[in-house]
Design a protein around this ligand. Sequence first.
Ligand SMILES: Nc1nc2c(c(=O)[nH]1)N[C@H]1C(S)=C(S)[C@@H](COP(=O)(O)OP(=O)(O)OC[C@H]3O[C@@H](n4cnc5c(=O)[nH]c(N)nc54)[C@H](O)[C@@H]3O)O[C@H]1N2
Ligand SMILES: Nc1nc2c(c(=O)[nH]1)N[C@H]1C(S)=C(S)[C@@H](COP(=O)(O)OP(=O)(O)OC[C@H]3O[C@@H](n4cnc5c(=O)[nH]c(N)nc54)[C@H](O)[C@@H]3O)O[C@H]1N2
Ligand SMILES: [Mo]
Length: 740
Amino acid sequence: MTSYKKAAGGLDAITATLRHTFREAGVLRGTRALLKMNQRSGFDCAGCAWPEPSHRHIAEFCENGAKAMADMATRKLVDAGFFDRWSIDALQKQTDIWLNDQGRLTAPMVKWPGASHYVTVSWDDAFKLIAQQLNSCAHPDEAIFYTSGRASNEAAYLYQLFARHFGTNNLPDCSNMCHESSGTGMLESVGVGKGTVSLADFELADAVLVIGQNPGTNHPRMLTALQSAHRRGCQIIAVNPIREVALERFTHPQEITKLLSRGEPIATLYLQVKTGGDIALFKGLMRLVIEKDHIDPDFIEQFTSDFESYKTKLSKLSWDDILHASGLAHEEIEKCAAILSSSKRVIACWAMGLTQHEHAVGNIQEVTNLMLMLGQIGKPGAGLCPVRGHSNVQGDRTMGIWEKPSPDFLDKLKARYGFDPPYEHGHDTIGAIEAMRDRRAKVFVGLGGNFLSATPDTPITAQALQNCQLTVHIATKLNRGHLHCGDFALLLPALSRVDKDMQAHGPQFVTVEDSMSVVHASRGHITPPSRDVMSEPSIIAHMAHATLGVRSRVDWLSLAGNYDLIRDEVAAVIPHFERFNERVRKPDGFVLPNDAAQRRFETSTKKARFMWHDIARFALEPHQLLMMTIRSHDQFNTTVYSANDRYRSVKGNRHVILMNESDIGRLGFAEGDTVRITSHFKGVHRHLDGFKVTPFAIAPSCAATYFPECNALVPLGQHDMRSRTPASKSVVISLTKHVT
Ligand SMILES: Nc1nc2c(c(=O)[nH]1)N[C@H]1C(S)=C(S)[C@@H](COP(=O)(O)OP(=O)(O)OC[C@H]3O[C@@H](n4cnc5c(=O)[nH]c(N)nc54)[C@H](O)[C@@H]3O)O[C@H]1N2
Ligand SMILES: Nc1nc2c(c(=O)[nH]1)N[C@H]1C(S)=C(S)[C@@H](COP(=O)(O)OP(=O)(O)OC[C@H]3O[C@@H](n4cnc5c(=O)[nH]c(N)nc54)[C@H](O)[C@@H]3O)O[C@H]1N2
Ligand SMILES: [Mo]
């Protein structure tokens, strides 16, 4: 059985931080960058969207934030000579770790039709090619403009403006695969699609639920908040099919005297729910809360609708169903209900364990129901906390990166810029893959990200990209997505968060919005990898200028020369951004208002709504398991730093399948066996070979593998029906012994 003997954090975290930073960026450059991370005069860490505290530590970063920084501050460079040496075919044979390890992109590159290599191209010619290809589309909807959540507010605002001015709402983004279901569910239930809590609420909460989230790896600075809450006596309840080490024991790497200790407990109650069993758990909790009369009748009466019908349906559920589907014992659910009932203030946090299922919106709305029943929304120390992933994914949405913009927003664009924006909804991520697969779309532009490896059904997405006439990737580092090219392909190098950004009007900063709606500035301090790298706002402005020409009255190139001018545009169009330039220059920026946090629920009933969902059922045959695809401790989404996963004691191999020991025996396997994984969806079977059976502390009948490798097993058609978030946490699989 793999098990990590130490607490998460501690000395190992410090060693890993320094090793990565110094190896990639060098001692001086690396140290300087670390000391600027998350500081008021510095740059926002691109590692996650967890907010910064107002009392900042001199070292306000975590191990994995430092890795993300070092990955960009690296001294290794990919130059034109590199692409002479390596054909695209040869690059495809390399691993993700190797591709990323080659370093920062330094010059614009093109692949011409039929060519085997990328070759250099001037920026001017690159923009001309984009303009010519976009303008030869039969309809603007033949173009797709994808965004990954590292893009700044300034880049995002320009990008959506360009796409809509060009004539399409085809603005899929990584959020479609991430917290789309949180947004969809919350919008309907409470009228806002964002979290209702601030960091200060964590100092007041009596109980915090951490559901379907692995903060030790993906939001390490959240552990600081959880640890200090725990020390105050706050109850921390983890809900997770995996016993994640960092939720069990943690040593803060900055508490020198405790570094060698066994760490402190974080979770006071650990509910090892079955994958997909959360709705059943929430229903069980609500049953108990009602039975014991621990609901908040005044809140329910004054602020909610649909309670009585919800309660009637709930009373008809059988406990057998609740216990079977959740995989938990009655006493465990009772313990949790007792903690929630006796807590004056409760926060519910969640991440991908709730959002990436076919019943994802159900998950979100049922945890919301629970919180509404307890009156735990819209008061200090309480509320809903979807913990965002990419550092500016929330801000990108605020800036209008969305395939389903509101008519009001489009009217504002029309009034300000004098063009007719498209009012039909555009393609989300799944829709974009289908459109390229079916040749309804033929130009793909990616503002960051790795569209190929982040999306489901990798071979289908690869073919979809290859079907395009032009693929454009605006990127900092090489990834596999750049190797599945359209007839023409451009690879355009962009500045990263850590780089100095010098434009016509002098040095520029950008802005971002964190998971708790705080908007603040981010300034890079490091010399860019080459003079030939452009900033994202500048690349977008040049694309727009070249493509739209006299059709546009926007002075794109002036906007790119001075980001204050972009922020003035944002202030004029996006609600709550008035005096943007002035307010964002305040040390901690400003906080966007949130109606639900003020108990104003702008839903169809003007009240917070109880929304019913049936318990999710998975018709697993005895030989089948439910597989989640997750992140290791040494990766950032599709960027893989090494093949290790320290807290899960996995070393040197990402092709492992983590299984409950009882399932290994039951299915006739032994530890270390190499297996073929087959996923099953609507009669189609997808296979991947060469996975090592690894016993692990995961709930029975569940299994875990790493993404992006296992995206080839995630079916494009398997997603939440409303939000269309891919179900990458509930893939039905079976295993067979692999004979080589
Ligand atoms: N270092 C690092 N930081 C990151 C990222 C990264 O890749 N590396 N990615 C960023 C991004 S974009 C995001 S969205 C976040 C992701 O942050 P997380 O959501 O923490 O990431 P995952 O690895 O997908 O982990 C999902 C967790 O949910 C659990 N889980 C799976 N299925 C279920 C279920 O049905 N029910 C419950 N209750 N739990 C379940 C898994 O066991 C796992 O602990 O992190 C962000 N931060
Ligand atoms: N099976 C499975 N699939 C998943 C998930 C899962 O849990 N399981 N998680 C999903 C989630 S939550 C998300 S958010 C998506 C992530 O999807 P994406 O956001 O598309 O993927 P990333 O891996 O974050 O993108 C990494 C690439 O972005 C580029 N990049 C990095 N920084 C910058 C920058 O500052 N500017 C520019 N222009 N480029 C930059 C680099 O070239 C790098 O290779 O993946 C999703 N896919
Ligand atoms: Mo994400």
